[in-house]
Design a protein around this ligand. Structure first.
Ligand code: ATP
Length: 302
């Protein structure tokens, strides 16, 4: 069953056409990721779906309700973490959760919320004394307070250290295990690849790819990627046997090959003849980042 449906959604800010006719559906119990670079239209899409912004065209339904016409019905059934959060600086973490709990009929126990986001030890710390990462984790906990069926998380892991990031991934999986539907935005494509059942990649307000991460990668790349730390002429690498495409970043050449053994042998010969050191060479599967690069010619965080 689809819990979120978006059809031909458009949003303008004055002359800026920020979201340009996107459509997708999110199924019950899935972790769905909306991915894209800064300014792609992710937050605008989320805020339109949850009814914080009015759409200019198109249809949106959340659990069967129109967020503009049935705002209360939607808001009482969802949990939301937004990128910017304004909390009371002098309340403690515990008091903040208690305050937000008072807004809902059904709530998760505060002790459980604290444990979910790893803030148990900070329960009695004032909000003004939290680090950026701790504040982010508190804002994520607020999305879980009302025990909503659909949880919206806008860039939940940006600004978190790697350990907290992984902790949050575990939390998201745990909530999914409880049957929740999670809609998240991120510009960490590695995160989306691990966490999301399906993703929509958005760029300049348009969805350019939609599907399971593995399927998207497989449909765009049969190749493996070889990353070579090198800052010179890329052409000798590009013309190695098996190579289908290549990319040059600052100090790295990436070649994609359909025949890894053949390319590798030739790469070794080339390195020997041109005295190119091969330490630091990495062979990897293609990733969502490669898909984005192929579709747009840019990296997500360029
Ligand atoms: P980020 O990853 O940086 O949060 P995003 O993908 O969430 O980016 P949006 O915040 O939805 O992108 O912004 C989409 C476009 O709309 C951008 O060009 C942005 O500058 C513009 N925009 C967003 N909010 C407003 C606003 N209130 N008024 C005018 N333009 C806006």
């Amino acid at each position: 069953m689809s819990v979120i449906t978006v059809s031909n959604l458009h949003k303008f800010y004055g002359p800026l056409h920020a979201v340009r006719g996107i459509s997708f559906a999110v199924e019950e119990g899935e972790v769905f990721g909306l991915l894209g670079p800064n300014g792609a239209g992710k937050t605008t899409t989320v805020e339109t779906i949850i009814g914080l912004l009015r759409r200019d065209r198109g249809e949106v339904r959340v659990l069967g309700f129109d967020p503009e016409k049935d705002s209360l019905a939607v808001k009482s059934r969802i949990g939301v973490q937004l990128q910017t959060v304004h909390l009371f600086p002098r309340l403690t973490v515990f008091e903040t959760l208690l305050l937000f709990s008072s807004f809902y009929r059904e709530c998760r126990p505060i002790g459980e919320l604290l444990a979910l986001v790893g803030l148990t030890e900070k329960a009695h710390t004032r909000v003004e004394k939290l680090s950026g990462g701790q504040l982010k984790r508190l804002s994520v906990a607020l999305a879980f307070v009302g025990n909503g069926a659909v949880i919206f998380l806008d860039e939940p892991t940006s600004g978190l250290d790697p350990q907290s990031r992984r902790g949050l991934w575990d939390t998201i999986r745990r909530l999914q295990g409880e049957g929740k539907t999670i809609f998240l935005t991120t510009h960490y494509l590695d995160e989306a690849e691990r966490l999301c059942d399906r993703v929509a990649i958005i760029d300049h307000g348009v969805i350019i790819a939609l599907g399971k991460p593995g399927d998207l990668i497989a449909s765009h790349f049969r190749e493996k990627a070889i990353e070579i730390p090198f800052d010179g002429d890329v052409l000798p690498f590009a013309s190695l046997p098996g190579v289908t495409r290549f990319r040059k970043d600052e100090n790295t050449v990436t070649i994609y090959t359909e025949d890894l053994p053949e390319t590798f042998v030739a790469l070794n010969q080339l390195a020997e003849s041109k005295d190119i050191p091969l330490e630091g060479v990495v062979v990897r599967e293609a990733t969502l980042e490669d898909v984005f690069l192929k579709l747009t010619g840019r990296r997500v965080r360029e």
